[in-house]
Design a protein around this ligand. Structure first.
Ligand code: GDP
Ligand code: IMO
Ligand code: MG
Length: 439
């Protein structure tokens, strides 16, 4: 096996960072292929917490090749701050490589993100306000600024002028904002270019070389399938494609380079920001799960919305991504419930039943879940290290999930720490690399 894609199978924050870090030990490279610093990937190691926004979750292994691919949008301030923080904490970041073709998030993108949300008022998307949408919009309009442009003052200035021109009306409220001064932006971004120049590379060739040698490359997704701009709950989505197909586009790998696609899913559901969420809990139980699961955004600190596991959405994500394996995280958070509900079907406003994810926004907005109730367990499972140590009802919960989705569960996570993880029998049989820990 050489190419393995790790994607969020829900609405983001499934634990992609933790699982990528776990697998990265055996990988030759980890590459981010979409999104930007809207992502917040948490890794907990030996009790120490790392929150990564742009840096691939392999960076904690000294010198590991960690690539920010062409499909990512980069806020260079966030990236340089992240580099400084990691270095300050003793991490060797020499393996970082940044695609010269990745697009930059510019100061005006953040202003436009804010202005867009303000304009939408009650209909706002609830973005992370990091300028992600406007940066991808400029990329599609072919007036984006790329990493390579930071290395040439004349080109950079010309491109900023061209990018600002069509935004004049929208940026009028910010006309006096010093962040919009052409010379100041040019100088600021040239300085970032100088800071980052040692890492800028032809990352597509680099990834090809690794794949052609049979090296293991992890493609680390951000966000999740239901936030996909094409297949998610549009318009309440992010502005990129977090699904596996995008791993190729955002890195330069070809579809045949991908051998495994692992979807990460929590044992329940969460969502940050606005948009339909058929299994959402609006009661004290939801508050309790939020508290127990620490469901507050890594990037914005916002409370995450909580809901029961949604198998209709998860089966949709499994098909969209061609998942070869499922990883279930946060099973520990469900301990102590008498019964646990699992959504197996949606019901529309008029009583119509939906076994598959409805394509129509109006249907989805009014859909509620039909549930199967499964027996819970009372034991604290955060110390379990093998499936055999899990209570029978917890194992039955996993089996129900696996059978409904039709994709094997290879890993189960019962806490934020990297040791709070267990391989299932299916995982031990198929996991990438040889050094799979027993149990
Ligand atoms: P990502 O964006 O998919 O990488 O996920 P986040 O890092 O934003 O959110 C997942 C949160 O859950 C982080 O705070 C993790 O430390 C934590 N976490 C991951 N796996 C588990 C688990 O199995 N149990 C518990 N209780 N927390 C977990
Ligand atoms: P990770 O990688 C959860 C959500 C925002 C908002 C919508 C659009 O940590 O799983 P954007 O700023 O992207 O234009 O916001 O997408 N969102 C996320 N939700 N996890 C994320 O990333 C997210 N990145 C964006 O809350 O609803
Ligand atoms: Mg996150």
């Amino acid at each position: 096996m050489s190419g393995i894609v790790i994607v969020g199978a829900q609405w983001g924050d499934e634990g992609k960072g933790k699982i990528t870090d776990l697998l990265a030990e055996r990988a030759d490279a980890v590459i981010r292929f979409q999104g930007g610093n809207n992502a917040g990937h948490t890794i907990v190691r030996h009790g120490e917490t790392w929150k990564l926004h742009l840096m691939p979750s392999g960076i904690l292994y000294p010198g590991k090749t960690c690539v920010i691919g062409n499909g990512v949008v980069i806020d260079p301030k966030v990236l340089t701050d992240e580099l400084d923080e990691l270095r300050g904490r003793g991490v060797d970041t020499s393996g970082l490589r940044i695609s010269a073709n990745a697009h930059m998030i510019m100061p005006y993108h953040m202003m436009l993100d804010d202005a867009g949300e303000a304009r939408l008022g009650k209909l706002k998307i609830g973005t992370t306000r990091r300028g992600i949408g406007p940066a991808y919009a400029d990329k599609a309009s072919r007036i984006g600024i790329r990493v390579q442009d930071l290395l040439d003052e004349k080109i950079l200035k010309k491109k900023i002028v061209a990018a600002l021109e069509p935004k004049r009306l929208a940026l009028r409220p910010f006309a006096r904002d010093p962040r919009l001064d052409l010379q100041a932006i040019t100088e600021e971004y040239l300085a970032y270019g100088r800071r980052l120049s040692e890492y800028i590379a032809d990352t597509t060739s680099l990834v090809w070389d690794k794949l052609d040698k049979g090296d293991m490359v992890i493609f680390e997704g951000a966000q999740g399938a239901l936030l996909d701009i094409d297949h998610g709950t549009y318009p309440f989505v992010t502005s990129s494609n977090p699904i596996a197909a995008s791993a190729c586009i955002g890195s330069g790998a070809g579809p045949k380079d991908i051998d495994e696609i692992w979807g990460i899913a929590k044992a329940y559901s969460t969502r940050v920001g606005s948009g339909p969420f058929p299994t959402e809990l609006h009661d004290a139980l939801g508050d309790d799960l939020r508290r127990r699961g620490g469901e507050f955004g890594t990037t914005t600190g916002r409370s995450r919305r909580i809901g029961w596991l949604d198998l209709v959405a998860l089966r949709y994500a499994a098909r969209l991504n061609s998942l070869t394996a499922l990883v279930v995280t946060k099973l520990d958070v469900l301990s102590g419930l008498d019964t646990i509900k699992v959504c197996t079907r949606y019901r529309g406003e008029d009583g119509a039943e939906f076994d598959t994810f409805p394509y129509h926004q109006t249907v989805l907005h009014h859909a509620t879940g039909d549930y199967v109730e499964l027996p819970g367990w009372s034991e604290d499972i955060s110390e379990a290290r093998s499936e055999e140590e899990l209570p029978e009802n917890a194992r039955a919960y996993l089996r129900f999930m696996e059978e409904f989705i039709g994709v094997p569960i290879v890993l189960v996570s019962v806490g934020p720490g990297r040791e709070q993880t267990m391989w299932t029998a299916a995982g031990r049989a198929t996991a990438p690399g040889q050094a799979v820990p027993a149990g």
